[in-house]
Design a protein around this ligand. Structure first.
Ligand SMILES: Cc1cc2nc3c(=O)[nH]c(=O)nc-3n(C[C@H](O)[C@H](O)[C@H](O)COP(=O)(O)O)c2cc1C
Length: 418
């Protein structure tokens, strides 16, 4: 019965307003999802707070079907950014149920993206980050990140258990699903990469060994949350680096994870070393089809029946509808547009011929544009505005945002790291 429903999802011409039944049996109310955007808004004790509640309530009111939170870490000693929320034993976050409730308004789903940064934990946050192998990030990033130490077998098992514990807490707190962050060069993706994973034990070497970590994370989470709770993953189409994780590798990973019962596979790409997820290194022909990874997604579509979410570059109702109607993907992932237009989903769902206001950013100073990750800073600033109960401001000065975030988070924590 379930597989029939899933097949129907794929064979009919899909619209943004269609519901989607996931393999676990749960239903999403439409085909729009907010992709993860790190909020950088956690409180001192690594907990969430009322700003998260306001922000996610605002997004839920905007009509989106699925909200995926910014990355939440599973170890307070392994942070990706300043002010990350952490879920681990010993941290009591009494706000989590309120955050979940805010995101569930209007029948919206809210899933927590769980992450471990591995070596992508900046110097300001980690003296000695951990990774599959003791291989530093390449120049010039090695100035901002310390060389990692290779994880021991015991530590690998501990991190897997941490993902499972965090997923259990998410479920108990009322979140309606979790997503494993397997993309963008963080720990899961470091394990998958032949460049970053040069271990000679059962966790490295062959692709079968490199996949082991993510499979074990998935199995451990599934064991904690059961078969009817959504578990998804965000994966790279490729790392866009010589000798790195290839599209061929990625297809095999997706095939195996799909067979294991993954509920939603989000396709992205790139790492800090080659940030393709934000639109760098994309051919003009790809940009015309809006979605950066659409060609790759087409290939994956032929291989698996798991619901696919495609993220990166979607800007117009026309582009999103074309992708859904062609059957390439089942869910449209949107990030930056929602940081400035929280009502974008309602407009799209009502059939408006609308285009997002996302545009290239500059401070007007080349030096500053090169030093700071403007996209991250400016959009994070917009999230903070909504968290404070204000309305986002697409006309906000980029220079003003850089200065505000330097003041709030410190220069070292926001230099160009991704
Ligand atoms: C401010 C900001 C924070 C982000 N944080 C995350 C994150 O925590 N996890 C993640 O998987 N992707 C993160 N991303 C990447 C987005 O999820 C998405 O892949 C990317 O922005 C491309 O989609 P878009 O073109 O719709 O913006 C972030 C992007 C931005 C702009």
């Amino acid at each position: 019965m379930l597989s029939e429903t899933i097949l129907t999802n794929f064979t009919m011409s899909t619209k943004l307003t269609d519901i989607l039944q996931l393999p676990c049996g749960v239903t999403l109310k439409n085909r729009l999802s907010k992709s993860a955007m790190s909020e950088n808004m956690g409180s001192r004790g690594y907990t969430s707070n009322e700003k998260f509640n306001r922000l996610y309530a605002r997004w839920a009111e905007g009509g989106i079907g699925l909200l995926i939170t910014g990355n939440v870490m599973v170890d307070r000693f392994a942070l990706g950014e300043a002010h990350n929320v952490v879920i681990e034993k010993g941290i009591q976050d009494t706000n989590l149920p309120l955050w979940a409730a805010a995101g569930k308004r209007e029948g919206t789903h809210i899933w927590v993206q769980l992450n471990h940064p591995g070596k992508q934990s900046p110097k300001s946050l980690s003296k000695e980050p951990v990774a599959p192998s003791a291989i530093p990030l390449k120049k010039p990033l090695n100035r901002l990140f310390n060389t990692p130490r290779a994880l021991t077998e015991e530590e690998i098992l501990d991190i897997i258990a941490r993902f499972a514990y965090a997923a259990k807490v998410c479920k108990e707190s009322g979140f309606t699903g979790v997503q494993i962050h397997g993309a963008h060069g963080y720990l899961v993706s470091q394990f998958l990469s032949p460049t970053h994973n040069q271990r000679e034990d059962r966790w490295g070497g062959s692709l079968e060994n490199r996949i082991r970590f993510v499979k074990e994370v998935y199995l451990a989470i599934r064991k904690e949350v059961g078969d009817s709770f959504p578990v998804g993953i965000k994966l790279n189409s490729a790392d866009f680096q010589k000798g790195g994780f290839t599209q061929e590798d990625s297809r095999e990973v997706i095939k195996q994870l799909s067979a294991m019962g993954m509920d939603l596979i989000e396709i992205s790409g790139g790492t800090y070393e080659a940030p393709a997820m934000m639109g760098a290194a994309q051919k003009e022909s790809t940009k015309l089809r809006e979605a950066y990874f659409i060609t790759y997604c087409e290939e994956v579509r032929k291989l698996v029946h798991s619901p696919l979410m495609l993220t990166g570059g979607f800007r117009s109702a026309q582009g999103m509808n074309a992708a859904l109607e062609s059957g390439v993907c089942d869910v449209i992932g949107i990030a930056r547009s929602l940081a400035i237009q929280p009502d974008f989903p309602n407009q799209l769902l009502s059939g408006e011929t609308i285009t997002s206001q996302v545009k290239p950013l500059t401070t007007g100073w080349k030096f500053l544009d090169k030093t700071f990750p403007l996209e991250i800073i400016w959009y994070t600033d917009q999230l903070h505005l909504m968290g404070e109960g204000k309305i986002p401001n697409p006309k906000k000065s980029v220079l003003g945002s850089v200065l505000r975030m330097v003041y709030k988070l410190g220069k070292s924590s926001i230099k160009r790291v991704r």
